[in-house]
Each structure stands twice: as structure tokens, then as C-alpha cells.
Design a protein around this ligand. Structure first.
Ligand code: SAM
Length: 251
């Protein structure tokens, strides 16, 4: 179900609701900061550098939350357009199952040159309400871990890519050295739940976050899942010693 900027005005009238959105977006940023030791913004920037956005391209950012990747995609595409004097405008759809996240993203706003170029769509990654072969690039950043039927989601993300389109998936992964893993385990099992309780007043969510990361397949196993879904030239790059990994593939 797409909804546009018109809805923001209605939302802004309800001060109470707005506060809820603010809280959820802020809390979510805080969780990402804590779990990634503060470097998730740098990771996202590296994802977009690898995505190599071009003028006129269409991005689908699945589980896109408040739209960080979409904003970065448009900025980088515009820069590439300026360099080559290509006036075509890139566009993006941010899709998320949680309407509150999207509303928080809409409220956060976009820079003037991006106005009308980001569409916010509620939907499930497992069954995208979008036509086949309609995107040049599909991204999902720290979202695939939360999807129940991962195989269905991967297949559907491939379905909406144009032939030759690129897929990029950033997710928490497995530290590559034993020493780093021990340190990260100590951080996530001991420090994180405490921080969750005292900083965000939400121990349960932090515990869930830590456990969901541990349950997610390692780099090689996830690469195999991408190949099974039909992506070609699958590869991955570890970020921060494997705390996260960027998997890429082509439709
Ligand atoms: N991609 C954003 C980023 O990197 O800032 C948000 C990541 S946030 C940790 C995970 C997001 O996945 C949440 O906004 C959540 O609502 C969304 N999500 C979880 N399951 C989903 C599903 N089945 N389909 C679409 N979005 C989903």
C-alpha cells in the first residue's frame, strides 16, 4: 500500500502520535549504534558506494526503515549525473512492513532536490507488491535477518530486479577471528542487554537483537542461499572484521 507525502500533514496534527514515531526512530538508531559499535553509518555509505547509483536508475530498498539508503542513493546518483552532465533523475522506493518506521522517515524529511523522488510503501519482503523486472538495484540493510521466510524474500527481490540488476544485502555476520569473536560476544551478551535496560529501557528487544544475529547464517551459508534464489556472481565483503557482511549478486 503506497502512501505519499500528503499523509505527513495529517500525522503532524497528532502530536502524541508524532512522539511515538520520534521515539521508535530514535530508539532504532540507538540500537544500531550500540550493536555496530557506532559504525553502521559508515557501513551504509560503503554499501551505496558499491551500489554505484547512476542517473535515471530506480532503487528498491527493502526493509528500508527511515530511508537512509534511499537518500544516499539519490545523492550519489545526482553527483554522478552532474559529473557527466546527465540530467536524468534517479528514484527510490522505500518498502517496510512497519508503517511507523516509514512515517518516521517521511517526517525526517528529504533534501529539496529529492522531493517527490522517494516513494514510501508498506509491504512484506516475502511478497513484494511490485512488478517484475522494474528496478536497477535492490538493497536490504540489516533487514533480512528479521524476515521469516528468507528464501521467499530472496526470490522475490530477484524477481523485481531487471535482468542484470544488482542486489546488495548488508547484515550482521560472523567475526572472522577468534579473538575478535570473543570480544564481540562479551560485548553483545554482557554489555548490550545492560545498555538496553538502562539506556533504552528495553532489555527484551536488545536480547532479541543479539540472539537474532547469532541465529543468522554465516557468510558462506548465506552466499549459498543467494545462489539458490537464482542470483549470479554472488560474493561478500566483511565489514569491521566480520561483525557485518555485504553480500552482492546479480539478477
Ligand atoms: N534498512 C534500514 C536501515 O538500515 O536503517 C532499517 C533496518 S531495521 C534494523 C529492520 C527493518 O526491517 C525494520 O524497519 C522492520 O520493520 C523491517 N522488516 C522486518 N521484517 C520485514 C519484512 N518481512 N518485510 C519488510 N520489512 C521488514
Amino acid at each position: 500500500v503506497p502512501f505519499g507525502f500528503e499523509d505527513v500533514d495529517r500525522t503532524q496534527k497528532a502530536g502524541l502520535v508524532r512522539n511515538v514515531f520520534d521515539r521508535s526512530a530514535r530508539r532504532y538508531d540507538l540500537m544500531n549504534d550500540l550493536m555496530s559499535l557506532g559504525v553502521h553509518r559508515a557501513w551504509k555509505d560503503m554499501v551505496m558506494t558499491r551500489a554505484n547509483p547512476q542517473p535515471g536508475e530506480r532503487l528498491l530498498d527493502v526493509a528500508g526503515g527511515t530511508g537512509d539508503l534511499a537518500r544516499s542513493f539519490l545523492t550519489k546518483a545526482d553527483r554522478a549525473g552532474k559529473r557527466r552532465a546527465d540530467p536524468r533523475r534517479a528514484e527510490a522506493i522505500v518498502l517496510d512492513i512497519n508503517e511507523q518506521m516509514l512515517r518516521a522517515g517521511i517526517k525526517r524529511g528529504v533534501e529539496p532536490s529529492h522531493t517527490g523522488r522517494i516513494e514510501w510503501v508498506t509491504g512484506n519482503a516475502e511478497c513484494l507488491p511490485l512488478t517484475d523486472h522494474s528496478f536497477d538495484c535492490v538493497t536490504i540493510s540489516t533487514g533480512i535477518r528479521n524476515v521469516t521466510d528468507r528464501a521467499a524474500a530472496l526470490k522475490d527481490m530477484r524477481r523485481v530486479l531487471k535482468p542484470g540488476g544488482r542486489f546488495l544485502c548488508l547484515e550482521f555476520s560472523r567475526p572472522t577471528s577468534r579473538a575478535w569473536e570473543n570480544l564481540y560476544d562479551a560485548w553483545s551478551f554482557n554489555v548490550m542487554p545492560e545498555l538496553g535496560e538502562h539506556v533504552a529501557k528495553d532489555r527484551a528487544s536488545y536480547q532479541y537483537l543479539v540472539e537474532s544475529i547469532r541465529r543468522f547464517p554465516d557468510q558462506e551459508s548465506f552466499a549459498t542461499e543467494l545462489r539458490t534464489a537464482g542470483f549470479s556472481q554472488v560474493s561478500y565483503t566483511n565489514f569491521s572484521g566480520g561483525i557485518a557482511a555485504l553480500h552482492t549478486g546479480w539478477a
